[in-house]
Design a protein around this ligand. Structure first.
Ligand code: G3P
Length: 227
């Protein structure tokens, strides 16, 4: 069996507070932003991306928001100059393929996002992209599962000798996180909300409450008893 590498975890957020908080848990090997995440922050987007780059040593993805090919290329070049650790995120639309080709030739690090079908990666098989982002959670909102497709995508990448890393995104719960890890995704970008719900597992919290209540009873009834 192929020896798998340790999974890297990016934080899917544009919040600096969240980045600083989750860094304490060693869960910020990089950061992914997108236009929605930046918009939710109600901040000046370019300034925020620059701040994120300063606070994170790993790769920081910033997404192209233009849709016309020429403008996309210009915006990609502009974004690539923000910082050494910036990665230009390109949406998987028709123009995205030619834009990726142009920016890759300029040695700009690229993250192709909004991958929903494993076959879509084939459009980039001869382009030097760093990451292919595969959306796991969002499709489940529409009653469709992409879980089994993760390992199929991984195989397609391997068979075609692509150098890009598979990055599973849109992780809404522990099941999606686990399947992404065991299917061989090199990187998983996780929103802070998902980490929070995993950390604060109901049974862990209830168990702790139960143990502590018993402990308080012991201290009440047997004075002087301690650990
Ligand atoms: O950036 C792509 C992905 O992280 C989007 O996540 O939760 O908006 O589907 P979500």
């Amino acid at each position: 069996m192929e020896q798998m590498k340790k999974t890297k975890f990016f934080l899917d957020t544009a919040s600096l507070d969240e980045i600083l908080y989750w860094k304490k848990f060693d869960l910020v090997d990089g950061v992914t932003t997108n236009p929605k995440l930046l918009s939710d922050q109600n901040c000046e987007p370019l300034k925020r991306v620059k701040e994120i780059c300063k606070n994170v040593t790993g790769p920081v993805s910033a997404q192209i928001t233009e849709t016309d090919e020429k403008n996309m290329i210009e915006q990609g070049i502009m974004l690539s100059k923000i910082s050494k650790n910036i990665v230009v995120k390109i949406p998987l639309i028709e123009n995205g393929v030619s834009v990726a080709k142009t920016l890759a030739k300029k040695k700009i690090r690229l993250n192709i996002t909004l991958g929903f079908d494993p076959s879509q990666v084939l459009f980039f098989r001869n382009i030097d992209i760093s990451y292919f982002s595969f959306i796991v959670g969002r499709v489940e909102d529409f009653g469709v599962s992409n879980r089994e497709n993760i390992s199929k995508l991984k195989q397609i990448i391997n068979i075609n000798k692509m150098k890009c890393e598979l990055l599973c995104a849109s992780i809404r719960n522990t099941e999606q996180l686990i399947v992404s890890i065991i299917s061989g995704s090199e990187i998983i970008t996780v929103p802070p909300k998902t980490w929070k719900s995993i950390l604060n597992n109901k049974f862990s919290l209830d168990g702790q409450k139960d143990f502590l209540n018993s402990w308080i009873d012991l201290k009440k009834n047997k004075k002087g008893y301690t650990l």
